[in-house]
Design a protein. Structure first.
Lengths: 148, 148
DNA sequence: TTCCTGTTTAGAATGAGTCAAAATCTCAGC
DNA sequence: GCTGAGATTTTGACTCATTCTAAACAGGAA
């Protein structure tokens, strides 16, 4: 539950927000720290509950606002699986997601550039893709450890 | 709005349903025909409206039921994009989806076996994937024609 | 201070989807 | 052709993630 989030991580927040003309507020800091502290793809509700430990007055709407802001300035990615609640992920490296049928956990799967390339190459001319989402669904061996 | 859907298509329905011990009903036929008639990844609401032209008494819940049944017996795939309404797709060949930012249309993108293979290969040992969903998001040149 | 703008808050509203229970259908067995 | 069991459909109520609205708040420029 580290208090030792590197300054570097928080400076990302600072930088990304000011890049898009927005302010660093206590709420945004708190929410961002929650995302960095446990990278388990929490839902809004989970973020809300964790964040309230540090900031009891925080409102759910604000958590929605913060997360939307982060997504908007590229700090965080949304992860959707079927119709379940949206989850949030501060891993900015290109990666796919694997959703475990049994546990519901979401795992990051590293996406090598050549695979990304071959994916891009299947688009016929005229299709200009900004984002690609890849999600696997199945069972993962209980390789425990932090629910990545 | 072709009445000439091949017998073959409808026999798929027949076969897939009885394979899982379920009945062919007028409602299911109607809904299935709607999916085949215009392969534009309709939402439940769109299916509902189209189906009611042929069967005015049809209820929304039944459309949900039918589509769930079809997905369950592998006749149809669900397509989710972000938090938008679920769409349905009778194309069973392996393919990705491209969602046009501007029009909202969803296009099927053919997925060659070798690309599918290279995707599978990025899974670390212990990850056993049953389904893969790939979705692109961006702009598509107005290569008009039926909103594939 | 005062104003302005962006942010946060609480609560109401939305809307896709699900559920429960009654009505209806189908069809095997008589 | 009837009967009864099981599947299917219907209606309407319900859930719940998310969005919206309007009022309070914060903090910097004038």
């Amino acid at each position: 539950m580290s208090q030792n989030l590197s300054e570097l991580d928080l400076s990302h927040l600072q930088e990304a927000l000011s890049r898009s003309g927005q302010k660093v507020t206590p709420q945004r800091e708190t929410v961002f720290k929650v995302l960095l502290a446990k990278r388990d793809h929490p839902t809004v509700d989970e973020v809300f509950n964790r964040a309230r430990e540090a900031m009891p007055g925080l409102s759910l709407a604000t958590v929605y606002n913060c997360l939307e802001t982060f997504v908007g300035c590229g700090l965080v990615r949304q992860v959707n699986h079927e119709r379940e609640s949206t989850r949030y992920c501060p891993n900015l490296a290109p990666h796919a997601h694997f959703r475990d049928k049994e546990t519901g956990r979401v795992h990051d799967i590293d996406l090598p550039p050549e695979v990304l390339g071959s994916l891009r190459s299947i688009l016929p001319p005229g299709f200009d893709s900004e984002t690609i989402e890849i999600s696997f669904h199945g069972r993962a061996q209980a390789k425990d450890g932090p629910a990545s």
